[in-house]
Design a protein around this ligand. Structure first.
Ligand SMILES: Nc1nc2c(c(=O)[nH]1)N[C@H]1C(S)=C(S)[C@@H](COP(=O)(O)OP(=O)(O)OC[C@H]3O[C@@H](n4cnc5c(=O)[nH]c(N)nc54)[C@H](O)[C@@H]3O)O[C@H]1N2
Ligand SMILES: Nc1nc2c(c(=O)[nH]1)N[C@H]1C(S)=C(S)[C@@H](COP(=O)(O)OP(=O)(O)OC[C@H]3O[C@@H](n4cnc5c(=O)[nH]c(N)nc54)[C@H](O)[C@@H]3O)O[C@H]1N2
Ligand code: SF4
Ligand SMILES: [Mo]
Length: 675
């Protein structure tokens, strides 16, 4: 008997697709894109069309386990849920008594984009415990801060409206890898004559399809944006009326831009002056023009300022006036659910009389290895794999190896992090639990009900934290709330975007468009002043320290490494697949850099800097501009020959605003491997 059920892709991806899961009896046999979903439109990316391989993989965790070997060794023995939960609760209680509850740290990110399994019962549990809070900066912190400062919220051009643009710029956005459901709208715009630009140091598949590809050096986008503004102001192409009515400090910005003539910008960015002038003119003339800015730009030391400058461009050229004009970095600001009701941050006060201290997840290596008062004595990891994904990996591993650190990992697989755990707990997948999903690449809120029974003994995060709360003796009513009660609490927010959005409606429709205005900033901005502040005091461009013109540049490590997103995987989530391992074990290098080093296509290379050395396979070609190398992120370290991945090479330096990581500022050298 076959049967088709609706679900949602829970992965950390802007597209947040609607899914149709075909069942044969109790077994899922196929996943497809939901044809009724206005963004998914019936197709899926390559990674999730094969999602069922993950669902039914023989290595999927089926029962709780307790460590039986050394940390990192990966030897475990089975435990029952009761044994595991009792032992975890006991240990957390002891640590809280001995060192204070802030010695306990949750570590989670967007392994699932569901509100319940990502930021619900777990948050309530840690707040009630008085645990340290985690500043969740690992991905988008600089960009989010820039959006809030410049536009007043994280909103932008509606995805569907890219079809109306006359010019589209993909800026630090590899749409073909990370945002494939935007592509059909770009194709539609181009069919009607729109031009398509890509700004990326790497010749991605997206860049290869552009009318014009500009390849700046990593981290130099602020200079490029100022160069475009220079031309727009100098040639009188700015929309004076829009500037007058809806912005502040336009004069300060024009003065700053005057310092960045195209020749200087060419020197700073590597983009020919003529290309800067041509793009500025086209951008100002095409009405409307849309920029798809993605997170590539802000993983850089001056990434926050770069994003702010790019977000100012549509205001200068007057593109926010009509549908299809403006910029989209994230749409997450539309999802104004009642987070306080969901997460209950007020519970911290009960224990501590104040908010708990906040620790930055991008510095987890340092947090676990440097003196802190109190020290972190327990780490509870879920929806994330810091052992593979966090920067400065040698510190991370040193921290995870501490015998006095009590570590719990909740996941689907025995990840690089799980190998260091004292207890590993098996989690359900999004096909096995209920959740409410936000998106960062469209305006549709979605509900998914379980379509399958839990695999083995797997449990949802929400249930695991409910059970732990009970064992800790937390008797507040909120720990007895069911999933549906929590969804209703989240939706009860008094916000116009959510008016008319109920659980019943989500149940009927699956996906509901939030009431976000189609043209969000035509009549002003949700900033305190109601205007877009173009203040340029902090927009002077200094090259990132770890870049070819930066303070730490040296002939010893002359190449700039970009470890950007892989194509057919998602972060480390499919690292168990041999094809993913192959894709992420490659180093792309330009022939001009390969030849003098004796590096041959297909042969092993060592890529190194003062932080360490990693072995990858050379892929020689014009995939990158000379001076830049690229390693698609990131291998499971445990399956690689040297037990390492590129995050060994990345510093834990933070961005200018938001406290984000600087994954894409990394100087290295490459040499052929001896054997
Ligand atoms: N297939 C796939 N899809 C994914 C993911 C994945 O791992 N694989 N990960 C998901 C996640 S967590 C996220 S955050 C999103 C991210 O989605 P994107 O932001 O699109 O992905 P990134 O690869 O981080 O960066 C995009 C591009 O920026 C370029 N870039 C790097 N440095 C610079 C720079 O200084 N300036 C400019 N102009 N460009 C630069 C990179 O070469 C890359 O091609 O994708 C999500 N979707
Ligand atoms: N070098 C380099 N490093 C990077 C980046 C880069 O571009 N270059 N990108 C950075 C970015 S943008 C991000 S977002 C981070 C991502 O880093 P992470 O947040 O660590 O993302 P993933 O590697 O996808 O790990 C998510 C984990 O959550 C698990 N999971 C999924 N659903 C559930 C669930 O319902 N319950 C539980 N308990 N677990 C679940 C998955 O199995 C997976 O192991 O990596 C960062 N690291
Ligand atoms: S990973 Fe992204 S594109 Fe692929 S199915 Fe999930 S939401 Fe859609
Ligand atoms: Mo991310």
């Amino acid at each position: 008997m076959t049967d088709t059920r609706h679900s949602v892709c829970a992965l950390d991806c802007p597209d947040a697709c609607g899914l149709l899961v075909q069942l044969d009896g109790q077994k899922a046999v196929r996943v497809q894109g939901d044809p009724a979903h206005p963004i998914t439109r019936g197709f899926l990316c390559a990674k999730v069309s094969r999602y069922l391989e993950k669902q039914y993989h023989p290595q999927r965790l089926v029962r709780p386990q307790r460590r039986a070997g050394r940390k990192g060794e990966g030897r475990f023995e089975p435990a029952s849920w009761d044994e595991a939960l009792d032992a975890i609760a006991l240990r957390l209680r002891q640590i809280a008594v001995e060192h204070g509850p802030e010695a306990i740290l949750p570590y989670s990110y967007a392994g699932t984009m569901g509100f319940l399994q990502g930021s619900g019962m777990d948050r309530r549990f840690f707040h009630r415990l008085g645990a340290s809070r985690l500043d969740r900066t690992i991905c988008a912190a600089a960009g989010a801060e820039a959006l809030n400062l410049t536009l007043g919220n994280r909103l932008g051009v509606a995805t569907e409206d890219f079809a109306l643009a006359r010019l589209i710029v993909a800026w630090g956005a590899n749409i073909h890898a990370t945002n494939i459901h935007l592509w059909p709208f770009i194709v539609e715009a181009r069919r009607k004559g729109a031009r398509f630009y890509v700004i990326d140091p790497v010749t991605t598949r997206t860049a290869a399809l552009a009318d014009k590809h500009l390849a700046p050096y990593p981290g130099s986008d602020l200079a490029l944006a100022l160069g475009l503004m220079h031309v727009i102001f100098a040639e009188g192409l700015a929309d004076r009326a829009y500037l007058e009515e809806h912005t502040l400090n336009a004069d300060s910005l024009a003065a700053r831009a005057a310092e960045y003539p195209p020749q200087r910008v060419e020197h700073l960015t590597g983009v020919p002056a003529g290309d800067v002038v041509a793009l500025a003119r086209e951008y100002a003339a095409a009405k409307p023009a849309a920029i798809r800015l993605n997170y590539g730009v802000q993983r850089s030391e001056r990434g926050g300022a770069a994003v702010r400058a790019i977000l100012m461009l549509p205001a200068i050229a007057g593109h926010w006036r009509s549908p299809g004009g403006g910029v989209q970095l994230s749409t997450s600001g539309a999802f104004q659910v009642d987070r306080n009701a969901l997460e209950r941050p007020d519970l911290q006060h009960r224990v501590l009389g104040r908010p708990a201290r906040s620790l930055n997840m991008s510095r987890i290596g340092r947090i676990l290895t440097e003196p802190l008062d109190p020290p972190v004595k327990a780490l509870v990891v879920y929806n994330s794999n810091p052992g593979a994904m966090a920067p400065d990996r040698s510190r991370v591993v040193a921290g995870l190896s501490r015998e006095d650190l009590f570590t719990v990992v909740i996941d689907h697989f025995q990840t690089d992090t799980a190998d260091y755990a004292d207890f590993v707990l098996p989690a359900t997948t999004s096909l096995e639990h209920t959740d409410l999903y936000f998106a960062y690449g469209h305006y549709w809120l979605q509900l998914a009900r379980p379509v399958l029974e839990p695999w083995g003994e797997a449990r949802p995060n929400s249930e695991i934290f409910r059970a732990l709360a009970q064992r800790m003796g937390f008797d507040d009513d909120c720990f007895r709330d069911t999933d549906d009660e929590m969804i209703r609490q989240a939706l009860a927010a008094d916000h116009p975007y959510l008016h008319g959005v109920t659980l019943e409606r989500l149940e009927r429709e699956g996906a509901v468009r939030l009431n976000v205005p189609r043209v969000p900033f035509a009549e002003g901005f949700p900033t305190p002043s109601g205007k877009c502040d173009l203040d340029a005091a902090t927009l002077d461009y200094q090259p990132p320290a770890e870049s070819r013109l930066g303070a730490e540049s040296s002939p010893v490590f002359p190449l700039e490494l970009v470890s950007s997103k892989n194509h057919n995987s998602l972060n480390s989530s499919f690292g168990f697949r041999p094809e993913t391992d192959a894709e992420t074990s490659v180093l792309e290098i330009h022939p001009d850099d390969a030849e003098p080093r004796g590096i041959v296509d297909g042969k092993a290379v060592e890529i190194f800097n003062a932080r360490g050395s990693v072995r990858l396979t050379a892929r020689v070609g014009a995939f990158v501009r000379a001076g830049v190398v690229r390693a698609p992120m990131v291998r499971w370290a445990k399956t690689s020959a040297g037990g390492q991945n590129v995050n060994l090479l990345i510093s834990d330096r933070l961005t200018d605003i938001g406290g984000g990581p600087t994954f894409y500022n990394c100087l290295v050298e490459v040499r052929p491997c001896e054997s």
